[in-house]
Design a protein around this ligand. Sequence first.
Ligand code: DC
Length: 217
Amino acid sequence: MSCNIAIDGPAGAGKSTIAKKIAKKLGYIYVDTGAMYRAMALYLIREKIDPSETEKISTKCREADISIGYENGEQIVYLNGENVNAYIRTEEVGNMASASSPNPDVRKKLVELQQKLAASRDVVMDGRDIGTCVLPNAQVKVYLTADSRVRAERRYKELQAKGEDCDLDTIERDIIERDRQDMTREISPLVQAQDATLIDSSHMSVDEVAEAVIALL
Ligand code: DC
């Protein structure tokens, strides 16, 4: 039987950094489910669909074949056979992913893909509904969070390092708004699974968090 580690939590809590580190240490595969929602969003943008067109999103998502592969340990997301990693980290794609991910047809398709991946391999999977919906029987479930100010500061430093102009208060406001959207949506809202362990990374280093998760295993 494969071993599954589920990591959920709000935007900016450090899920992907931690999940990647653990996967490398344990020799597991890292599955970034947010990247799949982003690839679907890219398809919808290319098809010129507006985030408000719910019915069109339901129909069009059937045409998007999303799969993942690995090159040098890095996850590659394919959209109808094309490697789209370089196009999914933009603000526009993130906004479309946020608007289209509550759609039940989009979720059904991507959750099936995620479950298939985890059934045959040891995975560390991160997202918003992994412990609650995608892998309810995961051996380890973590709800990773951090204070909104700390998350904003991390994002601020990342943007500054890239030479981008930004404002800490605005970033924190955006983070709080995104939390609200993710936590209050009707389908698969972001909640801590009853059997998940809460880890608050506000005052922890990456190594400390990774060790805490591995200790649970
Ligand atoms: O983690 P991220 O920013 O790459 O996620 C992009 C969007 O996809 C975000 O708005 C939340 C959504 N998402 C989701 O609904 N369920 C998941 N398991 C992962 C991401």
